[in-house]
Design a protein around this ligand. Structure first.
Ligand SMILES: Cc1cc2nc3c(=O)[nH]c(=O)nc-3n(C[C@H](O)[C@H](O)[C@H](O)COP(=O)(O)OP(=O)(O)OC[C@H]3O[C@@H](n4cnc5c(N)ncnc54)[C@H](O)[C@@H]3O)c2cc1C
Length: 331
């Protein structure tokens, strides 16, 4: 029997994130085919066990491991890593799945190292070939689609999935058993300590999960200009991103950067405003379902890569777009 452990993530309201639910349901689909079990692990503070149990049960999870402690309120890589690796070793699953987030990008390579097992990150799909995983991921800035398989000798096999790319089948709800993991961290032995937390000015958490992303490039000119993007985004439940040129110019924080050296997003709709369409930007948003570009230069490279293009000044187009969306959504 196959055991799959999923590192699940919750948002500030304590709800399991949509990308985590997609990974959990995908794990359930695989476990059903292999007559296996799915367990979820959540690490954090003030976790609402009943709420988590209800939401994970709907994703077909049989067992929930909660590492719930006040000391875990602020993310400390050193602490989280120790807890994560201990639980992974104790559970010794066949497969260890997670969402490809900044969180898992920190924890999964460490778990791979400490278990001497293989890791594939930022995958866009997974299928079964017999009892083996056949994993899909894009490489070289989305120019190549690679199909990968693990060396079957090692376990667990670690995989993180790009948010919003998995399309799991419906799953049968389960009544999940909740196990509380005692958190015993020797504070004196920690190599990292959090001294101060400074809140970001962007709505960072939603960028990689949002179904719609509106990004502004160098053309925005300053941070105040992003106001029109945030206002438009609010109407349609979108997140706001930025190009590296905008970030390097100090117009937007790095937490908003989309691209090779920023975040990877895969929304249903990506609206690029005043972004030229450099390959490094495309590396972070190329797998978006529909791409709309607004750029005043008809020869901008982004027009070769988008589904819909508007050749005009973004400061003329976006306010019109905002008013039309307001009417459409009755806001
Ligand atoms: C190793 C490496 C990593 C990188 N990583 C990233 C990354 O993670 N993310 C990223 O984005 N880039 C990254 N880059 C940088 C990338 O190569 C580009 O320089 C960058 O994406 C350009 O940003 P931009 O499109 O906003 O600016 P520009 O290329 O300057 O384009 C601005 C565009 O705005 C248009 N414009 C100007 N005014 C208006 C207006 N009023 N209305 C409409 N359109 C207007 C112009 O026609 C132009 O096309 C990386 C580069 C390197 C070398």
């Amino acid at each position: 029997m196959v055991n799959i452990l999923v590192l699940a993530e919750n948002n500030q309201d304590g709800d399991i994130t949509k990308p985590s639910k997609q990974v959990l349901m995908t794990a359930r689909n695989i476990a059903d085919d292999l007559k296996g079990k799915v367990a979820a692990l959540i690490i954090g503070a003030n976790l609402d066990s009943a709420k988590i149990q209800g939401q994970l049960g709907l994703c077909g999870v049989e067992k929930i491991i909660l590492a719930n402690d006040k000391s875990l309120e602020a993310y400390n890589s050193d602490v989280y890593m120790k807890i994560f690796i201990k639980i992974v070793k104790d559970q010794n699953p066949d497969f260890l799945f997670g969402v490809n987030s900044l969180y898992s990008q920190d924890l999964f390579p460490a778990a791979s190292f400490h278990t001497s097992s293989g890791l594939v990150m930022d995958c866009t799909d997974v299928k079964l070939e017999g009892t083996s995983l056949l994993i899909t991921k894009t490489m070289y800035s989305n120019k190549v689609i690679a199909k990968l398989k693990f060396n079957e000798e090692h376990r667990p096999k670690l995989v993180t999935f790009r948010p919003n790319t998995l399309m799991p089948q419906n799953v049968e709800p389960k009544i999940s058993e909740v196990i509380t993991e005692a958190v015993n961290i020797d504070q004196a032995a920690l190599k990292q300590k959090i001294k101060e937390l400074v809140k970001s000015k962007s709505k960072e958490t939603s960028l990689t999960e949002a179904p719609i992303v509106i990004s502004g490039g160098r053309a925005m000119g300053n941070w105040d200009s992003y106001k029109i993007l945030f206002e438009t985004a609010e109407i349609i439940g979108a997140a706001v991103g930025a190009s590296r040129a905008a970030v390097d110019s100090g117009y937007a924080p790095h937490s908003m950067q989309v691209g090779q050296t920023g975040k990877t997003v895969s929304p249903q709709l990506y609206i690029a405003c005043g972004i030229s369409g450099a390959i490094q930007h495309f590396a972070g948003m190329g797998s978006s379902k529909v791409i709309v570009a607004i750029n005043k230069d008809p020869n901008a490279p982004i027009f070769k890569k988008c589904d819909y293009g508007i050749v005009d000044d973004l400061f003329k187009v976006v306010p019109i777009l905002k008013e039309e969306l307001k009417k459409l959504f009755g806001k």
